[in-house]
Design a protein around this ligand. Sequence first.
Ligand SMILES: C[C@H](OP(=O)(O)O)C(=O)O
Ligand SMILES: [Mg+2]
Length: 308
Amino acid sequence: MTTDGPIKIESKGVAQEFLDSFDTFLFDCDGVLWLGTHLLPSIRETLELLNKLGKQLVFVTNNSTKSRASYCKKFASFGISVTEDQIFTSGYASAVYARDFLKLEPGRDKVWVFGESGISEELGLMGYECLGGTDPRLDEPFDHKSSPFLVDGLDPAVRCVVAGLDTKINYHRLAVSLQYLQQGEKVHFVGTNVDSTFPQKGFIFPGAGSCIASLACSSGRTPTYCGKPNMNMLNTIVSAKKLDRSRCCMVGDRLNTDIRFGVEGKLGGTLLVLTGIETEERALEVTQEHPRPRFYAEKLGDVYELTR
Ligand SMILES: C[C@H](OP(=O)(O)O)C(=O)O
Ligand SMILES: [Mg+2]
């Protein structure tokens, strides 16, 4: 098959060629497998087919709200059995960055979290004490004269702010996170992911990137983003799973994270599905803004439905 544009998977032949081209599939989650708690069509059947064909499955989500262990439970709630070592989240990637690149010392260095339990849990598993995050005192209306995070002064052991999607975002969380970011370069600024939006069934909501942008604007600082398309995240996955990049396919719903991740990571191929953020027009447009996918499909389940 010769074409220089993205190939749409809409026939048995192309679906079979797609399956035969790769040994490992890296799946984005939101917008590909599910929208919130809504499993997308034929996902269970597609993953079962790939398992039956002996393919290696890896799940790579920029959603930092849940830990890898919590994602195993989410998969199980859909009747899909996945082990923790198959899952990589932007919260986990941020914790790896804090440990291996920032070389923060557990027991000495603490982390202020702007985000949900998925970040604090992964950092906690590496031995880091986390402040902020889901602490219910942050749900209180903000008053700088009474905030427990300010009246006793900032914690001098905090060496990093990790910021991600926080669906309980409020002025209290933004104000205290900013105090830590105003401490200068001795407090690193890490963002889990750049996704500006977050797909739900029938809606598109603000994503982590939009939340983090507020802290970047008020602090005048630019975070290091650890999720897709950061190549450290892909390199961690490739070495952990001993992957042959040429036989890997990244499956995603967002061009500037998932498809860029696969193209810049020199994977064998990429598949964009149209069940999340992107449209067919965007998949086909030639622009400097984002790479084009090698394959695209209305939904991931088409790979199963066309070849059963
Ligand atoms: C949308 C993204 O999750 P992913 O699509 O990478 O699973 C996110 O939750 O910000
Ligand atoms: Mg997605």
